[in-house]
Design a protein. Structure first.
Length: 255
């Protein structure tokens, strides 16, 4: 082997180590991977403007715009601003309890029971999905399946099994970006192993000291008429949110 060949071989080996480093050196166990994801994705307070686009099999498209406020993992308030027929519809979540206010009804309605399985404003995202903001490391046991790439990003594929019976998805498969600690793809399963939904997250942007996906595409495997895309138009973290925002009085227009 010539000196040039030796140098090229050493360079290639060093490059391979660099490529492997983000996966191997930063987090060693499945629990540590989930802990990193939780730390990145959990916010203190946030305000966002966003849109939800529902595409129907026949080609029709319905676009709804809304503003949302959140504090921690248990408090969220959302108000639709467009189109005109949906403007003023509002949603409140306090822990596991949820209410929706529809202007045409004129009062708030608690969402529970069979309503949790219904699509949120007709989307592929259910009210049950909205009711959960699980701590991945606390609510799931994880096993590393393999390494993979999603849109050119290095990921670790994890299989998650729920630790408690009341989670909407007893099993999940998650592709975690191991440099930005954002899930980039998810498959959500019933306890029987049947695929229920697939999720693709993209347009990941830096917000202060964390990364956040500004686009999410959701497909309900049991409901073939629609697909739903969420797109964040603007997001601010660490904003001051008046406590009265997260109340039934505010939900019903008492401002």
């Amino acid at each position: 082997m010539t000196d040039v060949t030796r140098r090229l071989s050493r360079s290639a080996a060093a490059a391979s180590l660099v490529l492997l480093a983000p996966c191997a050196a930063v987090a060693q166990t499945p629990a540590e991977l989930l802990r990193r994801v939780d730390a990145n994705m959990t916010i203190t307070t946030a305000h966002a403007r966003a849109e939800m686009v529902i595409r129907y099999r026949g080609g029709d498209v319905r676009t709804l715009r809304y503003e949302s406020w959140a504090r921690g993992t248990d408090e969220a308030f959302l108000e639709f601003t467009a189109p005109a027929r949906d403007a003023g519809s509002r949603f409140l979540r306090l822990g596991d309890a949820m209410w929706i206010f529809l202007p045409r009804v004129g009062k708030s309605v608690r969402i529970q029971g069979h309503m949790l399985r219904q699509g949120f404003m007709g989307s592929d995202f259910s009210y049950g999905d909205a009711s959960e903001n699980p701590s991945m490391v606390n609510d799931y046991d994880a096993v590393i399946e393999r390494r993979d790439t999603v849109d050119g990003r290095p990921t670790m594929v994890l299989t998650l099994t729920a630790r408690r019976a009341n989670l909407s998805y007893p099993r999940r498969r998650t592709w975690v970006d191991v440099e930005r600690w954002v899930p980039l793809r998810e498959e959500l399963f019933a306890g029987s192993g049947r695929l229920l939904k697939t999720v693709a997250l993209s347009d990941v942007r830096r917000l202060g000291d964390r990364w956040y996906p500004f686009r999410m595409e959701l497909d309900d495997a049991l409901q073939t008429e629609t697909t739903t895309t969420f797109r964040v138009l603007e997001m601010r973290l660490g904003v001051a949110v008046p406590p009265e925002v997260f109340t039934l009085r505010y939900l019903e227009g008492g401002r």
